[in-house]
Design a protein around this ligand. Structure first.
Ligand code: SAM
Length: 238
């Protein structure tokens, strides 16, 4: 039987895919449908992959898709809570996308072998991105690259991190924007979203009389606005 023509990945998963190193052994944790490893395998961009999920239902979906797209010799579906059923040799690059940042923190903390400069973590948190960035810095993971993407009107950020305690820098805006710059429109959309939430926080702090914290939020807001203004006065890059 011929394999089905390959589907197109949405912008969010395409950005995750773009951070996977060519030829890598991939572990996709919380794979659900399995689209990310299937897409990478069919395009010849990875050597092999484990498509892992903690729930049997999604894993069955991934298995069906692995068969449908004929990548069973490269992609193995596996029931696993986080990385518990994945060995270090099976994963150069680890993608964890589409789940909460708190769950990602748990998954990373249960796999101490990730503290290896050769391993790349590609993380796309749906919530608690700030807590995740702070956790990464405390544990010695540096953000090598971070990039935002807008899909269906929602803005997501994808973090590429690796263990490198000597290059961690975590002050100022780091918990809010990690490695994002203001160089393209999707990143700027993320920065504007942070400005809106920090403004709300600043107003709430002022209302409850927490002047010092409100002033600190005000400083962060000025820095964020400056980043955007500097970029806008230098011309509007996409
Ligand atoms: C919303 S889906 C995201 C699917 C895909 N990664 C994406 O970004 O489109 C989240 C998946 O993570 C799985 N999941 C949640 N907690 C997990 C854990 N601790 N270990 C493995 N998978 C988990 C869920 O079962 C679900 O299939």
């Amino acid at each position: 039987m011929d394999s089905h023509p390959l589907f197109a990945l949405g912008g969010r998963l395409r950005l995750c895919a773009s951070m996977v190193r060519e030829g890598a052994a991939l572990a996709d944790i919380g794979t659900d449908h399995g689209y990310l490893p299937i897409w990478l395998a069919r395009r010849g961009l990875i050597s092999r992959a484990v498509a892992a999920d903690v729930r049997p239902g999604p894993l069955e979906k991934a298995r069906g898709n692995i068969e449908r797209y004929r990548v069973h010799s490269q992609v193995a579906a596996r029931l696993s809570d986080g990385l518990n059923a994945v060995s270090p040799a099976e994963a150069d690059d680890i993608v964890i996308a589409g789940m909460g940042g708190e769950m990602m923190i748990r998954i990373i903390s249960e796999a101490p072998w990730l503290k290896d400069a050769g391993k790349h973590l590609i993380l796309q948190p749906m919530t608690s991105a700030k807590e995740l960035r702070v956790y990464l810095a405390r544990q010695g993971f540096a953000i090598v690259r971070e990039q935002a993407v807008v899909e269906d009107g929602r803005v997501y950020s994808v973090i590429l991190a690796r263990y490198s305690p000597e290059s961690v820098s975590a002050g100022g805006l780091y918990p809010y924007i990690g490695g994002l710059d203001a160089e393209n429109e999707d990143n700027r959309a993320y920065l504007r979203m942070k400005i809106r939430s920090l403004k709300k926080r600043e107003a709430g702090l002022k209302r409850s009389g927490r002047e010092a914290e409100a002033a600190a939020a005000g400083c962060l807001l000025s820095e964020l606005n400056e980043m955007l203004e500097k970029r806008e006065s230098n011309g509007n890059g996409r």
